[in-house]
Write a protein that binds this ligand. Structure first.
Ligand code: 5AD
Ligand code: SF4
Length: 450
């Protein structure tokens, strides 16, 4: 598809945009798509807010505090606009979709663009020239931005995301995503493999295939499922590491596990959100699996891929959650022996099934107490998982300097465990054999073998 944009007229010859991203990996990847659209339309990127003509803020609605942070940022942009009234602010992403023209009432915001309308950004920006505000929050059944080559914003040059699908057809009772990102649609395997090969040619060493629910990927013209796509990608770039996220327990097939086991370059790591360990709560959440079914999936992973890293998402204090339900979550965590978890207090989101049908009846302090117990348990499990690595030699893809010292490199094992080690003569992008000598619940430390 050819893209012809109307280029807005600015005083400067190359108008500059600045972009901030909140939320999930999908949003990070969307910002890269947006950056590509903006560059094609004649804008150049800047890392400095005060050097920009356009401020883009890519937003998240998943929890209330994610939205609060964005409102806080809008106050900062207000100050910037006071100093430089010609600056334009575009609020894009999930909050744009959720709050729509309500956002335009905010004086700071000039345009509001939802996740399926990014191609319209340059046109809407051009219209702001005449003082108009602009909005496009139409969701699409087709848009996958397939033809757009994302501009990699996180410039480690080693790891990158490639989105394989958009939207979500599940209706988890707590989740706002189906409203903000629309229905599920898969991207063609040809464009996915093409983008991954492009990354390889640029020297990237690892790719993460992204989707809200990768297991329901289906390219209808060829009846190609996720396991088959994964295999195609693994075969196309045998020297690259391949990861994916996120898996859904009700859809994750043995075929995917067997494919992972068959290809050395597919990382042995699965992010499998459980949300709760109580079948009753799972039912109210509309997750479509029971505690037992979930644990069966974990068992199968361990059977087919014995050294698989497993992480999860957990929500504390969902509607109607009793102490017994909470204890069931703790016991499931211990059985699953997660290596890592993202853990949250339940946050009611407007219009979701839970908001419409159930009372948000676990008091905040109780939610926090439960969450703290979940976090404390996960810290113990993570420490245990790391202790199991002591004395082993693991393969680490160096992706950055350590935050504490540029004499150290850091990177991940295939199982997604973070390792820090003295740099010696190694460089970012190298795959290094590291002997693990110590650990905390957050990281492993080791010595590179020569
Ligand atoms: N409250 C708290 N956590 C939520 N998540 C999604 N919606 C909510 C909500 N309303 C969590 C889930 C999901 C992760 C991305 O965010 O655990 O897997
Ligand atoms: Fe990502 Fe969901 Fe947040 Fe949207 S609401 S940015 S899809 S985490």
């Amino acid at each position: 598809m050819k893209i012809d944009y109307i280029r807005p007229v600015f005083d400067k010859t190359t108008p500059r945009f600045y972009i901030e991203t909140y939320g999930c990996q999908m949003n990070v990847n969307d910002s890269e798509v947006v950056a590509s659209i903006m560059q094609k339309a004649g804008y150049s990127i800047t890392k400095e807010l005060n050097d920009s003509d356009i401020i883009l803020i890519n937003t998240c609605s998943i929890r209330e505090n994610a939205e609060q942070r964005v409102w806080g940022r809008l106050d900062v942009f207000r100050q910037e606009k006071k100093k430089r009234p010609e600056v334009r602010v575009a609020l894009i992403g999930c909050m744009a979709e959720r709050l729509k023209d309500k956002l335009l009432e905010n004086q700071v915001v000039d345009i509001v663009v939802g996740p399926d309308a990014y191609r319209d950004l340059p046109k809407l920006l051009a219209e702001t020239e005449s003082g108009q505000k602009g909005i496009n929050v139409l969701l699409s059944r087709e848009e996958t931005y397939s033809d757009i080559s994302p501009v990699r914003l996180d410039k480690n040059g080693v790891t990158a995301f490639v989105s394989i699908m958009r939207g979500c057809n599940n209706v988890c009772a707590f989740c706002v995503v189906p409203f903000t990102r629309g229905t599920e649609r898969s991207r063609s395997p040809q464009t996915i493999v093409g983008e991954v090969e492009e990354l390889r040619d640029k020297g990237y060493k690892e790719v993460t295939l992204l989707g809200q629910n990768v297991d329901s990927y289906l390219w209808k013209p060829e009846n190609l499922n996720f396991a088959q796509l994964l295999e195609q990608v693994a075969l196309a770039v045998p020297q690259m590491r391949v990861r994916f996220s996120t898996s859904h327990p009700k859809d994750m097939s043995d075929e995917v596990l067997v494919t992972m086991a068959r290809h050395a370059n597919i990382c042995n790591y699965i992010h499998l959100p459980v949300q709760s360990g109580s079948t009753e709560v799972l039912k109210r959440m509309n997750r479509k699996y029971t505690r037992e079914e979930y644990l069966e999936r974990i068992k199968k992973i361990r059977e087919i891929i014995p050294d698989c890293g497993i992480s999860t998402d957990i929500i504390a204090g969902f509607c109607g959650e009793t102490i017994e339900d909470h204890k069931a979550t703790l016991s499931l965590m211990a059985t699953a022996a997660y290596d890592f978890a993202y853990m949250f207090n339940y946050s009611e989101r407007p219009n979701t099934k839970a908001a419409r049908h159930f009372a948000d009846d676990v008091p905040e302090h109780e939610k926090t107490e439960r969450l703290n117990e979940i976090i404390a348990l996960q810290n113990r499990l993570s420490l245990e998982s790391h202790r199991n690595e002591l004395g082993k030699t693991v393969e680490v893809l160096a992706e950055a300097y350590s935050k504490r010292s540029d004499k150290d490199l850091c990177g991940r094992t295939a199982q997604n465990k973070m390792v820090i080690f003295p740099r010696k003569n190694y460089r970012i992008g190298d795959t290094v054999l590291v002997k693990i000598v110590s650990c905390t619940s957050a990281t492993l430390k080791g010595e590179a073998l020569d």
